[in-house]
Design a protein around this ligand. Structure first.
Ligand SMILES: Cc1ncc(COP(=O)(O)O)c(C=O)c1O
Length: 405
């Protein structure tokens, strides 16, 4: 039998060798994956293979697209669903807009979204539907910035077609109670679309079990890839009910792989999520995603989640003990890998009106601890490449800044 200590030791070794693949970590403490990822050597190598092929004209489009299929399949495995439910997209916005315009809706039908708590890219797509004649019901979050699930459920009525929310908000960083919201949506045949960019690759998802009907993400954060490539998951029972607004060849059933061969004018949509794919793929993004997903699958999402939540808790408690007020729980169901401090909206994007946060942020920057200020709050986030030394270093830096400010 393998003892818990052996498993822990083995995991520690795997995490340390994963960490060693990130050159950025030799020069800084990186606690900002909620903003953007850093590049692993294997991901970079994979993109370089693509660039070499381009430079030498040594592969054709069909050869490259093996990486698109690989990325779809591996993302599906990470999310515990079949690859046929996954579309290769560009980013979160792309996935959200694809669903927004594919949903059959009559004038006066409505969508429910949260006000103030969502990233703009999960707000503007819905406002656009408002101009088309649909009602956009915006629900205020709770005073601490967490989504108000009860109020969102209350806002659903017989004309509601979709509800959209982040799995984890970009700030303050609460994890959303998807189980409760999703159960309410399923009971009313309402499509629950989630912006999963803050959780995918970091917190464990099991889309076969979670009551999520669509998940849009990009690979630019926890999935360790590039900007401009992403995924859209659509639950199997919804695929045939959605008719994409945009159409080009990848979404149409074809007899041949030749990209310029025209098919029947009386076309049939792909029976799977590829019906949401439009035009040529971001191949560099696919090469990156394919390699990055190998790394994540090798570590395992449950193990990654356990690790990042333990690190997040240590950072939360360490900094709170120094006198900065934590804005998110350090344990429990709404804890995520994002850890924020200070009053909500005491400042904005990159700016805080709290002199202590300004001083601490300046000290962290000086000490090369990557972080951000969002909605006026000091924000950190962990991924599998972080370790206990990162937390100790950060807490020590905050302690020093607090005593000298
Ligand atoms: C919650 C959330 N949604 C969406 C985005 C970005 O959207 P897109 O991938 O469309 O650029 C971000 C990026 O910071 C985000 O934090």
């Amino acid at each position: 039998m393998t003892s818990a200590a052996t498993v822990q030791r083995r995991d520690r070794g795997r995490f340390e060798s994963f960490r060693a693949g990130f050159p950025a970590l030799r020069q800084q403490t990186y606690l900002s994956v909620c903003d953007k990822t850093i590049l692993h050597d294997e991901v970079r190598k994979s993109v370089e293979v693509f660039l070499d092929h381009l430079a030498l004209a040594s592969a054709n489009r069909v050869d490259h697209e093996v990486k698109v299929a690989g990325a779809r399949e591996k993302f599906a495995r990470l999310m515990n669903v079949d690859a046929s439910t996954i579309a290769a997209t560009r980013n979160v916005s792309d996935g959200i807009n694809a669903v927004a315009w594919a949903m059959p809706m009559d004038d006066g039908d409505n969508v429910v979204v949260s006000r103030d708590a969502e990233h703009p890219n999960n707000v503007y797509p819905w406002l656009r539907l408002g101009r088309r004649g649909n009602e956009v019901r915006t629900v205020a979050p709770q005073p601490d910035g967490a989504l108000d699930i009860d109020a969102m459920i209350e806002a659903i009525d017989t004309r509601t077609r979709m509800v959209s929310c982040a799995t984890v908000t970009f700030a303050p960083g609460h994890r959303t109670d998807i189980e409760r919201l999703g159960a309410a949506c399923r009971a009313r045949d309402v499509f629950l679309l989630v912006d999963g960019v803050q959780s995918a690759g970091i917190l464990a998802h099991d889309l076969a079990a979670e009551p999520i009907d669509g998940l849009a993400t990009s690979t630019s954060k926890g999935l360790l890839g590039l900007y401009g490539f992403g995924f859209l998951y659509i639950a199997p029972h919804w695929i045939e009910r959605l008719e994409p607004a945009y159409l080009s060849r990848p979404a149409v059933r074809m007899q041949t792989d030749d990209h310029s061969a025209m098919g029947a004018l009386d076309y049939t949509l792909q029976p799977d999520s590829r019906r949401f794919e439009v035009g040529s793929y971001n191949l560099a993004g696919a090469y990156a995603a394919d390699a990055a997903l190998d790394l994540l699958l090798d570590l395992g999402t449950r193990v990654i989640e356990d690790r990042v939540l333990a690190l997040a808790r240590a950072l939360n408690e360490g900094v709170t003990a120094l006198g900065l007020a934590s804005a998110v729980p350090s344990a429990g169901p709404s804890q995520s890998h994002v850890v924020t401090f200070g009053a909500l909206d005491a400042g904005g994007h990159g700016v805080s009106t709290d002199p202590r946060i300004v001083a601490v942020s300046a000290a962290l920057t000086e000490a090369r601890v990557a972080h951000t200020i969002r909605r006026g709050q000091l924000r950190f986030a962990m991924h599998a490449f972080n370790n206990g030394d990162d937390i100790d270093r950060t807490v020590a830096c905050v302690a020093e800044a607090m005593t000298s400010s």
